[in-house]
Every structure is written in structure tokens, then in C-alpha cells.
Design a protein around this ligand. Structure first.
Ligand code: LP5
Ligand code: MN
Length: 267
């Protein structure tokens, strides 16, 4: 199965769903950065899809599923991942995928092949009975001006159309170049610049009229309590996965007795 990208279809930035049915018993993951070069992480994903995910009615992937994604037509190596998600959606699960900064080009063909629903970022959803704001989280790193400039380009439908019109080889070369630029840029950035800014999170909660946020991107898994003028809100940050690292890490967020629970694993 070779996925393709038809320039006649709306680019990935416009292929997203703004409204979804309530999530009854979801499991959330993000920032797996799946790649052939990370075999232990890939294997843990397949084990997660066989053991952990099937315990839930919905699988919600909040961005950066892949190390990078340069178009649905450039994904032959991703077939086992696509097949695992397709098996989940063919079963009783609903599968949702949100774009991350590494995979803003996940598009229609990926959604068709996996049976996944592409989510807008951010999106408000009823999560186990509580209205919740879901996001990859990168848009809230507003002190990182260089990144926000990159993000505006990478999420722009016309830029996406132009990029997807290039050859696969050219796109791979550009993505690898961007990865190197990014790693270099990050090495010169203060850590706090690469985190969400509190005032942006408060504004997002207030604008959405909700008291819970779930996001990824920052690789700083935690549960934060936020005081919204006397009203308590929660910000849950999902763990990134790297089981190929010297300090293996990964995990997910699910719900026990209606309350969010962060599950971290190291194997
Ligand atoms: O990604 P990560 O975790 O290392 O750091 C991110 C921010 N960097 C990025 C850049 C990506 O890593 C680039 C690779 C993905 C390419 C996918 C295809 C894109 C298609 C575009 C279609 C139009 O996201 C980093 C943040 C960090 O998170 C923490 O929040 O700081 O941001 C930067 O480092 C910004 C840099 O200054 C800009 C680096 C990229 C410049 C690329 C220009 C050429 C564009 C070519 C398009 C591939
Ligand atoms: Mn990210």
C-alpha cells in the first residue's frame, strides 16, 4: 500500500476535524517520535498497541507520533505503524491523531489508511465528562519566537502545498536539514523558552471556558494545578517516548475512577 498525496485535496492543515463525540475511556499519548532508527521505541509502541491501548475505547495521539513526516506519499517504512492503528480502529476503538511540529503533514491518506480522525489543534472535547482543551502544546511556547515563525510556515496551507509538490528526496533532505538546524538552535536556547508560557495557557483555558488542558510537546510530563482567579484548573503534560535512550522513558495518560492518571514506563 503506497499512500499518496493528491494536490487536489486540501493540504493537511485543512484536513482536520473541529468537533468530536465525547471520549468515554481514552488513553492519550504523544511525542513518540517513531523512526526506524529507534527500534526499542517502535517495539514498545507495538506492545502498547497490543496490551495497553486495547483496554480503552479511544486512542488519542496528541502530535509528534513520528520523528518527522514529510507527506503521506513518503511513508512506506511507516506501514507497520499504520497497520497497528488500522487494526485498532477496525476493532472497537476510535483513533484520533493530532499534528505535532514534527508531523504537520499527516494527511487524508494516512487518516483513510488508519481509520484515524485528524484533530484540529487546539480542540475542546468532553473527556470522561469534563470539557478539556487538547493540544500538541507547541503553539503555547510563545517566548520561542524563532519556533513560532517556523510553525506559522509549517502550518500554512499554501506552504504545505508547495512543500508536498516537491520530490520525496528533496523533502527528506529539507526535513533532515531542518532537524539539524533545530537541534543547533535548541542548544542555544534557555530551557524555559522551550516550555509553554503560563499566561498563554491561562488565556487558552479562559478562551475555551474549560478547566483542564492535556498537551505534549515539551517532554516535561507532569500534572500542574493552575489558579484561574480562584477557580482551580489542571494542565496535564504527556511524556515523550525514547526507549532507545540510556534512560529509557515513555508513558501515557488514562483515567481511573474518572480522574486523569499519568503512567510512566522505562522499559
Ligand atoms: O523538533 P524539535 O523537538 O527538535 O524542536 C522543536 C522546534 N523545532 C522544530 C523544527 C523541526 O524539528 C523540523 C523538522 C520537522 C520537519 C517536518 C516537515 C515540515 C514541513 C513544512 C511544510 C511547509 O519544530 C524548535 C523548538 C523546540 O521544539 C522546543 O519547543 O525550540 O524550534 C526551533 O528550533 C526553531 C528553529 O529556529 C527553526 C528550525 C527549522 C528551520 C527550518 C527552515 C527550513 C524549512 C524546511 C521545511 C522542512
Ligand atoms: Mn513536539
Amino acid at each position: 500500500m503506497n499512500l499518496s498525496f493528491k494536490l487536489t485535496e486540501p493540504p493537511p492543515a485543512l484536513a482536520v476535524t473541529q468537533l468530536i463525540e465525547p471520549l468515554i475511556d481514552p488513553v492519550f499519548i504523544s511525542d513518540l517520535h517513531l523512526a526506524l532508527e529507534r527500534p526499542a521505541t517502535l517495539q514498545r509502541f507495538f506492545r502498547f498497541m497490543q496490551v495497553d491501548a486495547p483496554r480503552h475505547l479511544e486512542l488519542v495521539i496528541l502530535g509528534d507520533l513520528f520523528e518527522f513526516w514529510i507527506g503521506d506519499d513518503a511513508a512506506p517504512a511507516a506501514k507497520p505503524v499504520i497497520d497497528a492503528l488500522a487494526a485498532a480502529s477496525k476493532g472497537k476503538q476510535r483513533v484520533f491523531v493530532m499534528h505535532g511540529n514534527r508531523d504537520p503533514l499527516i494527511g487524508h491518506d494516512f487518516a483513510r489508511a488508519t481509520g484515524a480522525t485528524l484533530l484540529a489543534d487546539p480542540i475542546i472535547a468532553d473527556v470522561v465528562g469534563t470539557e478539556t482543551l487538547l493540544s500538541h502544546g507547541d503553539a503555547w511556547c510563545t517566548n520561542d519566537l524563532a519556533y513560532q515563525q517556523f510553525r506559522a510556515m509549517a502550518r500554512n496551507p499554501e506552504s504545505q502545498r508547495g512543500f508536498l509538490g516537491k520530490s520525496v528526496d528533496e523533502r527528506i533532505a529539507m526535513a533532515k536539514g531542518a532537524r539539524m538546524l533545530s537541534d543547533t538552535a535548541k542548544s542555544n536556547k534557555a530551557m524555559d523558552i522551550m516550555d509553554v508560557t503560563p499566561e498563554t495557557v491561562v488565556a487558552a483555558l479562559s478562551d475555551a471556558g474549560v478547566r483542564r488542558i492535556i498537551h505534549g510537546h515539551t517532554h516535561r510530563p507532569a500534572a500542574h494545578v493552575i489558579d484561574l482567579d480562584g477557580v482551580t484548573a489542571e494542565r496535564w503534560v504527556l511524556p515523550d517516548w525514547d526507549l532507545d535512550d540510556a534512560e529509557p522513558r515513555g508513558g501515557y495518560l488514562d483515567f481511573v475512577d474518572g480522574r486523569p492518571r499519568l503512567v510512566l514506563f522505562d522499559d
